[in-house]
Design a protein around this ligand. Structure first.
Ligand code: NAD
Length: 367
C-alpha cells in the first residue's frame, strides 16, 4: 500500500473544520463513511443544552466536501435557534448525505446511515429534509429509535411539510400585519420559489386567501401540475429577483438573498420556508432593513415541521401541533416589533431570543 504524502503548503488556507466560517462552537461533528453502500455523510450537532439535537437529513449532490460541511454547519446551527424560539426542549443538529437522492439512495445506504445515528445514543435524532421521504425514515427506524418523521402507521406524525407550509403562511400573515397594518393577503402578489412539498401547500393556502400567486421551479412538470391545480401563474422572465411583487417566499434552497440579488429585490416582505435564506445573516439582514423590506426570519416561520416531529417524542396530537404552529403568527409579530423597538434586525432579534433561552437553561442546569 502506498500512502500519499500531503504537502502542508497545499492545504487550504483556513483550518478545515473549526476554522470554517460557518463553524459556530458546534459540540460535535461526525463524519460517516461506508464503502459497501457508498455512504458519505456528515452529522452536525450544534448545541444540546435544551435537549437532544433534532434535525433532518439532506441528501444532495454537493460540488465538493467543503460545500457539504458548510451546509451541515449552517443548517444545524439554524436548528438550535429554530427549536429554541419555538419553545421546544430540543437542541440543534442536522445531517447531510453526499450524493444524488434519485440514483444513489438505496435501502442499504439508509440503514447504514441509521446505524451511525444509533451510535450517537440519542444525542442526535434525525428526520426528513430535501432528498428524503417518510419511507426512508422508516428504513432508519428499522435500526434505531432515534428518528422522527416516520409513517403514521409506525407511530409517526406523518409528513411534516403541510404543517411547515401552514406555519410559513401564518408567519407571512404576521409580516403583512406588521408592514401593512392588516394581515389579509387577498390580491397580494406573492412569488413562491420552489413548489415542492412545502411550496405547493403554501400555494394552496395563498390561493384560498385570494392572493395572486406566481410560481417558479427548476422542475417543469411540477410547474405545470401546480399551475393547473391552483391556477397559479408560472414565472417566465429572466430575473425573478427583480420582479415587482409584494411578497417573496423562498421555498427551494438557501442563500438566495445574497450580494448578487439583494439590490434587485422589489418586494415589501420576504417570508418563506427555505432554511438559511440570507447568505450572511447579519450583513444581508441589515441591508433588507435599510431597504424597508420586512424579513420574517426563516427559522421562526418554518418551525411547523419541527413542531410536528417533536410531537412524536412528546406524544401529543394534531390539536396541539396546530396550536403551536398557529402561534408562529404571534412569535413572528413579536419579533418584528422587538427588532424595531431595539433598533436591530428580525434575524438578530430572533437569535437573541434563542440565545437567552439557551443561556437561562445552562444556568438552571448548573444550579
Ligand atoms: P422539496 O425538495 O420537496 O422542494 C424543493 C423544490 O424546490 C423542488 O420542487 C425543486 O425542484 C425546487 N428547486 C430546487 N432548486 C430550485 C431553484 N434554483 N429554483 C427554483 N426551484 C428550485 O423540499 P421541501 O420539503 O418543499 O422544502 C423546501 C425548503 O424548505 C427547503 O429549503 C427545506 O430545507 C425547507 N424546510 C422544509 C421543511 C419541511 O417540513 N419539508 C421544514 C423546514 C424547512
Amino acid at each position: 500500500m502506498t500512502s500519499e504524502v500531503i504537502n502542508i503548503k497545499d492545504l487550504p488556507k483556513v483550518d478545515p473544520v473549526f476554522g470554517q466560517a460557518s463553524f459556530n462552537d458546534h459540540e460535535q461533528i461526525v463524519f460517516c463513511n461506508d464503502k459497501e453502500t457508498g455512504l458519505k455523510a456528515i452529522i452536525g450537532i450544534h448545541n444540546t443544552v435544551l435537549g437532544p439535537a433534532l434535525g433532518g437529513t439532506r441528501m444532495w449532490q454537493y460540488a465538493n466536501e467543503w460545500e457539504a460541511l458548510n451546509d451541515v454547519l449552517r443548517l444545524s446551527r439554524g436548528m438550535t435557534y429554530k427549536s429554541a424560539v419555538a419553545g421546544l426542549n430540543l437542541g440543534g443538529g442536522k445531517a447531510v448525505i453526499i450524493g444524488d437522492a434519485k440514483t444513489q439512495k438505496t435501502p442499504e445506504l439508509m440503514k447504514r446511515f441509521g446505524e451511525f445515528v444509533h451510535s450517537l445514543s440519542g444525542k442526535y435524532i434525525t428526520a426528513e429534509d430535501i432528498g428524503m421521504e417518510t419511507s426512508d425514515m422508516d428504513l432508519v427506524r428499522d435500526v434505531t429509535p432515534y428518528v422522527t418523521g416516520i409513517s403514521e402507521s409506525r407511530g409517526g406524525a406523518g409528513n411534516p411539510s403541510p404543517i411547515t407550509a401552514y406555519g410559513v403562511f401564518v408567519g407571512m400573515k404576521a409580516a403583512a400585519k406588521f408592514k401593512y397594518g392588516s394581515d389579509a393577503l387577498e390580491d397580494k402578489k406573492v412569488i413562491v420559489q420552489g413548489i415542492g412539498h412545502v411550496g405547493e401547500s403554501l400555494v394552496e393556502h395563498l390561493t384560498n386567501e385570494g392572493a395572486q400567486v406566481i410560481i417558479t421551479d427548476i422542475n417543469q412538470e411540477r410547474l405545470d401540475f401546480v399551475s393547473k391545480k391552483y391556477g397559479a401563474q408560472i414565472y417566465t422572465g429572466d430575473n425573478l429577483y427583480a420582479l415587482d411583487a409584494d411578497i417573496y417566499a423562498p421555498c427551494a434552497l438557501g442563500a438566495t438573498i445574497n450580494d448578487n440579488t439583494i439590490n434587485l429585490l422589489n418586494v415589501d416582505i420576504i417570508a418563506g420556508a427555505a432554511n438559511n435564506q440570507l447568505a450572511n445573516g447579519i450583513k444581508h439582514g441589515q441591508i433588507l432593513q435599510e431597504k424597508g423590506i420586512v424579513y420574517a426570519p426563516d427559522f421562526v416561520i418554518n418551525a411547523g415541521g419541527i413542531i410536528n416531529v417533536y410531537a412524536e417524542i412528546e406524544n401529543y396530537g394534531k390539536t396541539e401541533i396546530m396550536r403551536q404552529t398557529e402561534n408562529i403568527y404571534n412569535t413572528t409579530l413579536n419579533i418584528l416589533n422587538t427588532a424595531t423597538t431595539n433598533n436591530t434586525t428580525p434575524h438578530e432579534a430572533s437569535i437573541l431570543i434563542a440565545q437567552e433561552k439557551i443561556d437561562a437553561r445552562k444556568k438552571e442546569n448548573k444550579q
